[in-house]
Design a protein around this ligand. Structure first.
Ligand code: TEU
Length: 552
């Protein structure tokens, strides 16, 4: 069954909420300690019950798994560890039956070094695929230019003995960059998009999209200071010749046109993983003919303060005015769990959830976020993550205290379904591929489902309210001024319908004037209450109030 929206309505992806699933860690249906597609299908009721609109699946394609699927060897198949194309089709059908759209990861910047295309490309300068990747001649035995890899402070170039040339890998050397200036590469990748559209997918999340179209002349970048992830100022290169280039914006438009042509309607969500200042990101979606969304990662490093969120909302609204749709992200498979940023405080996680599910734009929720799953500490020496392995020299006493986790395994541990020793991720007695979070007794679906005061129940309530009230899903957002340092408040409105969202980030109680009367829709704890024309909030609490229309 296909889920389609009616032609005149706003596209389904406008204001839609997305749930990110990391397939390796969601649910293991065959008892090998590794999650798989059938496991996802078996747990779709949980996802549907949350009230999200779509799932985004991290990569499940054939891969040597050096970067757990972000290193692909075949774009049009499923890795046997995860299933088959038929299992995928069953997943899509089951998702659509539940009204969930399916977005898949499109890792188009690079392939695995084991992809047959790269094997051919590196075999000889005369091979028909010789120019499918970015190759360059060295300068006096040094790399062709000063381009740096994204995560690492080293050159993005690797010398290949066979060809006597250097190849570009913007992420890890096991992930060589495709040469998108080559018409055959573009044609092959556009075919990949068609292949998955024909299998019923409703969208793509483009990995490292901003880096795909590099300067074809391979000119040096300018040097510039930058803040590293651990907030040290380091001298790295500017990225204007490798990141968010004009050609990259154009590629976004070409992909949109391709999807519209192939689906016959504006049905396909296209979200880019792009890094840069907000106006640079907004350009991907401006004009309504490019990517539908560009992730905004500012909230990956949020500060738990009303002022931080006021500032972020202001900046997002300015850079992404409606109908542009800012894509909010608190956490993902690469970065720290959000609850770990607030000292594992559930009350604070509830405030954060309230804001995420009620902002204007597209909220993305990473599996386990709805349970308050924290990072699972895993020492660097045990890391399976390709990035972490490069940081193995960092002493444990240092790495343990860094707010930015160096070991991405810590955010990728198994989803917690029940309080058993494996969290219900795989049968007991089987060792999951990564350790189970120690808080499994309480931070799991089965226990929280039974507890009306749990974070899970709150997420469900909020996401359902977002669907039921057009004001929350599609309405405008106006910040309420003058609420004091500790309180964030805004009104979402659509015609007559107005919903006030207010959150108290401080240690003391607060009140927010309603400017009339209203009904409490949800509060994150018992302190939230409407009394006459004010909303009362306790410390670290938040609420939604449906405001009564002003008397005529
Ligand atoms: O990540 C891209 C990215 O730029 C990373 O720098 C990310 O911020 C980093 O991993 C944090 O440490 C994407 C995927 O999300 C990631 O999982 C892949 O490993 C990477 O691309 C390569 O495909």
């Amino acid at each position: 069954m296909e889920v389609r929206s009616c032609a005149m309505a706003a596209p389904w992806f406008q204001g839609a909420s997305v749930y990110q699933i990391y397939p390796r860690s969601f649910a293991d249906s065959d008892g090998d300690g590794i999650g798989d597609l059938a496991g996802i299908t078996a747990h779709l009721d949980h996802v549907a019950s949350l009230g999200v609109d779509a799932i985004w699946l991290s990569p499940f394609f054939p891969s040597p798994q050096r970067d757990f699927g972000y290193d692909i060897t075949d774009y049009c198949d499923v890795d046997p560890a995860y299933g088959t194309l038929e299992t995928f089709d069953a997943l899509v059908a089951a998702a659509h039956e539940r009204g969930l759209r399916v977005v898949i990861d499109a890792v188009f910047n690079h392939t695995s070094e084991e992809h047959p295309w790269f094997v051919a490309s590196r075999s000889s300068r005369d091979d028909p695929k010789a120019d499918w990747y970015v190759w360059g001649d060295g300068r006096d035995g040094k790399p062709p230019n000063n381009w740096r890899s994204v995560d690492f402070i080293h050159s993005a170039w690797t010398y290949d003995e066979g060809r006597g040339q250097w190849f570009l890998a913007t992420f890890d050397p096991c992930q060589p960059d495709l040469n998108w200036h080559h018409p055959d590469v573009r044609a092959a990748m556009f075919d990949v998009v068609r292949f998955w559209l024909d299998r019923g997918v409703d969208g793509f999340r483009f990995d490292m999209f901003g880096a795909i179209m590099k300067d074809g002349k391979l000119r040096d970048e300018a040097w510039a200071p930058r803040l590293s992830t651990d907030f040290q100022v380091v001298r790295v290169t500017d990225r204007s010749r490798t990141n968010n280039t004009e050609a990259c914006y154009q590629l976004g438009r070409d992909l949109r046109a391709l999807c519209i042509e192939h689906r016959g309607a504006d049905e396909v969500l296209l979200v880019g993983e792009c890094f840069g200042a907000l106006p640079e990101l907004a350009r991907y979606t401006e004009g309504g003919d490019g990517l539908t969304h560009a992730f905004i990662f500012d909230a990956l490093t949020f500060r738990y303060r009303a002022g931080w969120f006021r500032g972020a909302i202001d900046r997002y609204e300015e850079a992404f005015p409606a109908p542009l749709d800012p894509a909010w992200v608190y956490e993902n498979h690469d970065r720290s769990r959000s609850i770990s940023r607030v000292g594992d405080d559930l009350a604070k996680a509830r405030v954060l959830a309230t804001v995420l599910c009620t902002v204007r734009g597209q909220p993305t929720i990473y599996m386990g976020q709805e349970l308050g799953m924290p990072n699972t500490y895993i020492p660097l020496r045990d890391a399976l993550d390709v990035v972490a392995q490069r940081f193995s020299w960092v002493p444990e006493r240092v790495s343990k205290r860094l707010p930015e986790r160096l070991n991405r395994d810590e955010m990728r541990t198994p989803m917690l379904w029940d309080p058993s020793s494996t969290g219900g991720f795989c049968p007991e007695g089987i060792t999951p591929w990564l350790p189970v979070n120690p808080l499994v007794a309480t931070r799991n679906v089965a226990v929280q489902e039974e507890d009306p005061t749990s974070l899970l129940v709150l997420y469900r309530r909020l996401l359902h309210l977002r669907r039921e009230h057009r004001a929350l899903r599609a309405g405008r957002l106006d910040l309420v001024p003058g609420t004091g340092d500790d309180v964030l408040a805004y009104v979402r409105s659509d015609g007559e319908e107005r919903v006030l969202v207010a959150a108290c980030f401080g240690r003391g109680a607060a009140t927010v004037a309603l400017g009339g009367t209203g009904t409490l829709l949800v509060g994150t704890d018992v302190t939230a209450a409407v009394a006459g024309d004010v909303l009362r909030l306790g410390p670290n609490s938040a609420a939604l109030v449906l405001l009564d229309p002003a008397p005529a």
